[in-house]
Design a protein around this ligand. Structure first.
Ligand code: AMP
Length: 300
């Protein structure tokens, strides 16, 4: 089954206690697509980049089999985000968000994307998320991400988008900000009232939980020895989650639990290096090994 994703394709400048990178490949849709591409060869990207976007990044996305027909290249500069992580590596401090070519972006979903069964609205302005959702016809599952900037500055549009999505995937700080509730479980319960039938809350090194009106599941994070750069962990989680669901075309509770563990495993690789460097050398065998390890550490 195919997945269509809209979100940012970016050049990121990131600083962590372990080093820094300038204008490295990043973006919510980039991390998502590359992660999903380890499970399905039918990932279709909708985004925009500027003239400064290096060809080598396009070559990398192409090498992962990602459909780039919906990736526009226009005059101007690529979206640029810069952020910094403190010693705990929990949550980035945004230093700058330069929307650049995203400021005037009006997504045109290519015809051969429109029947995609799986839709992911990666972190971007909720008006663009809705615009893309309005152009797809046959979706079986729509999931969505967002961040503090949009919760604060585009709340009304975000609340409108949430009425049309099945799953919201966000981190614990965003869940608190969106719901006004301090406890993770209470915030998940409150968000269910906004529209999604399932909420998935990522809690960094404490793993991820999911709640519906009738079910609850929690997965630990993979117990890494070193975290280098958390950028993109959330989008990489979502890519593994949606990629696995699309590849199996099974959205039963049991399979969603497996998909959450695949998301957890993918995120664990992402944080081992800056940008998407770890993903460049990652193999499906390594993914399966970590999946089995998470299964083993949760058995009792
Ligand atoms: P994550 O660490 O999973 O939250 O995602 C980090 C990625 O999100 C970075 O590669 C950024 O380029 C991208 N990003 C940061 N801020 C925004 C924003 N306001 N809209 C869209 N993408 C963003």
């Amino acid at each position: 089954m195919s997945i269509v994703v809209v979100g940012s394709v970016a050049l990121d400048s990131v600083e962590t206690p372990y080093g820094k990178v300038q204008n490295a490949l990043g973006g919510s849709a980039t991390y998502f697509s590359v992660s999903a591409s380890f499970f399905t060869n039918d990932v279709k990207l909708v985004a925009v980049v500027g003239e400064d976007f290096p060809q080598e990044h396009l070559d990398f996305l192409n090498s992962r089999g990602i459909d780039l027909e919906g990736l526009e290249r226009v005059e101007g500069k690529t979206f640029h985000w810069s952020g910094r992580y403190g010693a705990s590596l929990s949550g980035a401090e945004t230093l700058a968000t330069e929307l650049n070519v995203f400021e005037k972006f009006s997504p045109k979903v290519p015809d051969n994307y429109k029947n995609s069964e799986y839709v992911f609205l990666a972190n971007i302005n909720p008006e663009l998320q809705m615009d893309v959702l309005g152009q797809v016809r046959n979706s079986k599952l729509v999931a969505c991400d967002t961040m503090n900037l949009w919760i604060a500055e585009r709340r009304d549009h975000l609340m409108e988008t949430l009425k049309h999505v099945d799953i919201l995937i966000i981190n614990d700080a965003e869940a608190r900000q969106l719901s006004g509730e301090q406890q993770v479980n209470m915030s998940a319960r409150k968000i269910l009232e906004y529209g999604p039938s399932r909420v998935i809350i990522k809690k960094g090194e404490h793993g991820a939980m999911t709640l519906t009106n009738t079910s609850y599941f929690s997965s630990p994070a993979y117990p890494l020895k070193l975290v280098f750069d958390p950028t993109g962990a959330g989008d990489t989680f979502a890519g593994g989650f949606m990629g696995y669901l699309a590849s199996t075309d099974d959205i039963s509770e049991q399979n969603i639990r497996k998909a959450i563990v695949y998301g957890t495993v993918m995120a664990s690789f992402d944080v081992e290096d800056f940008s998407l460097n770890r993903q460049r050398i990652l193999t499906r065998e390594e993914i399966e090994t970590r999946f089995a390890e998470v299964k083993a550490i949760t058995e009792f």
